[in-house]
Design a protein around this ligand. Structure first.
Ligand code: PLP
Length: 498
């Protein structure tokens, strides 16, 4: 009963009390504070302790039973369901695979076939992509002309599946300059990081395999793993990265094949792993022969302390490192690369070939020239300055206009902030309210690795807004919040008929 003291229910929240309770018990299970087969408090006792109706507890327990997290014994009580005894058994904290992209939340039609619906004139804090005027169009036009003059029709032929060799040479040099030794033979050019995750899943996973991911995480990765029939083991994230204790526990139980992580400016939380955590993680994965997929979309966007990828560390030779150029160059180029151990490359190449044969040769040749001419470094500096400015404007606007009960932490990099509503708050409802004010936020449930339907958290990205829009957008969001609070207060106020 002691740990249940931490549970706080907000009677003013629009999220029903039983859902708030279920969510908080779920968190206790995922954080291993409630152990497998541990008995939960009797309904009446817990209801009395929380000051709620018995029905609230009954409904919360029932929902968690339906979610496969609890079981009940007739005449005895309700218990935490244990982890599955072996691979293939019904997993409990793991989420099942699905056969297609399932981004939508019941009752909240945010995503339409992987695309966000953004009404015109809205403040779009949901998309973490740069505004198009930041794209280096003039430089790229010049480069494309040079490639066409130089290579003629060859630029439009099929390119080798692993990637245009001179580009792999340039990437190898770029990696060495960044402290990562990489031979051209271990580089695979990909049509975006998303494809990289997808071909890794395709070549390394069998249906039923377990994959550890951070929770919350990048939804595209979850979709790729699930589409191969894999089961997700969501790992608890602390302020300095995944909880190692929890990790050890789930590794022992599930024997996962892969672990997918974003160690610097994690999506969506912005968390950066401490160096100790990175080392501990690497050691653990080496001991259990688990392949780490390191998604490095944001390391280059360290505004204060320069963060470093795990791949740079000694002993990281088995880490598959994926680098996207979408956030800093242009997302529509569909260009990224991955660095993988040589024994994994042939399988990836096969998967890549069955996916799109090769990344377009013209784009690869152009990017090669872009790197060789030193334009990438120049553009990176430019983008870092622009993004850093937006980061500051956003921080200042949040300090000035957000109500103090909405909290967030400063990541010092990346493209977004992860915010928290007061206990029991529903970011799904808040999304709807913000939409009325033409503000688009990303509710936390969009990033859930555990099929969570609602959350107190939401993400705001500043990448796709101009500084003045950021300020106006945060003002509008604060108004949306205040309005909602006032509505709730009005609904709860008592007016006796005297
Ligand atoms: C963490 C993370 N990884 C991968 C991707 C996909 O990147 P790409 O455009 O290179 O496919 C994204 C896109 O938002 C992302 O946020």
């Amino acid at each position: 009963m002691e740990i249940f003291v931490s549970i706080q229910l907000n009677k003013r929240s629009s999220l029903p009390l039983y859902q708030q309770l279920a969510q908080q018990i779920k968190n206790l299970i995922f954080e291993s504070q409630l152990k497998p087969d541990e008995k939960l408090p009797p309904i009446r006792k817990l209801a009395a302790r929380l000051g709620v109706n018995n029905v609230t507890v009954v409904n919360a327990y029932r929902q968690l039973e339906q979610d496969g997290l609890l079981y009940s014994k007739v005449g005895s009580g309700t218990y935490v369901k244990p982890y599955p005894p072996s691979r293939g058994a019904n997993a409990l904290t793991v989420t099942p695979p699905f056969s297609g992209l399932e981004y939508s939340i019941p009752g909240l039609n945010i995503m339409d076939q992987g695309q966000l619906h953004i009404p015109s004139g809205s403040y779009n804090f949901a998309s973490a992509i740069p505004t198009p005027e930041l794209f280096p169009v003039a430089d790229f036009k010049q480069i494309l002309n040079e490639v066409l003059d130089r290579d003629g029709g060859s630029a439009f032929a099929y390119q080798e599946g692993q990637g245009y060799f001179p580009l792999r040479e340039s990437l190898s040099r770029y990696l060495k300059d960044n402290g990562i030794g990489a031979d051209e033979s271990s580089i695979q050019v990909i049509s975006g990081a998303q494809q990289g995750i997808d071909i890794i899943a395709k070549s390394l996973l069998k249906p039923g395999d377990f994959v550890i991911t951070e929770n919350p995480t990048y939804t595209g990765a979850i979709a790729a793993f699930k589409s191969r029939g894999a089961r997700i083991v969501p790992a608890v994230l602390k302020e300095d990265g995944i909880s190692i204790e929890y990790l050890q526990d789930v590794i022992e139980k599930y024997r996962p094949r892969l672990m997918y992580i974003i160690p610097n400016f994690q999506t969506p939380t912005g968390i950066c792993y401490s160096e100790e955590k990175k080392k501990a993680l690497l050691k653990l994965c080496q001991a259990y022969n688990i392949i780490i997929i390191e998604d490095d979309s944001f390391t280059d966007l360290s505004y204060y302390t320069q963060r470093l990828p795990i791949k740079i560390m000694a002993g990281a030779d088995k880490v598959i490192f994926i680098k996207s150029f979408s956030k800093i160059l242009m997302p529509g180029l569909r260009l990224a690369f991955l660095l993988a151990p040589n024994n994994v490359i042939p399988g990836l190449l096969k998967a890549k070939h069955s996916s799109d044969i090769s990344t377009p040769g013209l784009i690869q040749r152009a990017f090669d020239l872009y790197l060789r001419k030193g334009l990438w470094e120049k553009h990176l500096e430019y983008m870092k300055e622009k993004y850093q400015q937006r980061y500051h404007v956003m921080l200042e606007a949040m300090t000035n206009y957000l109500p103090p009960e909405i909290t967030y932490s400063k990541s010092g990099g990346g493209l977004s902030f992860w915010l928290k509503l007061p206990a029991g708050g529903s970011s799904n409802h808040f999304y709807t309210r913000c939409l009325e004010k033409k503000v688009i936020i990303s509710p936390g449930s969009l990033f859930s690795a555990s099929d969570e339907r609602d959350s107190e958290y939401f993400r705001l990205s500043f990448a796709g807004l101009y500084p003045d829009e950021i300020v106006k957008g945060i003002q509008a969001l604060s108004e949306a919040y205040e309005y909602r609070q006032n509505q709730l207060l009005a609904r709860n106020s008592y007016s006796p008929l005297l």
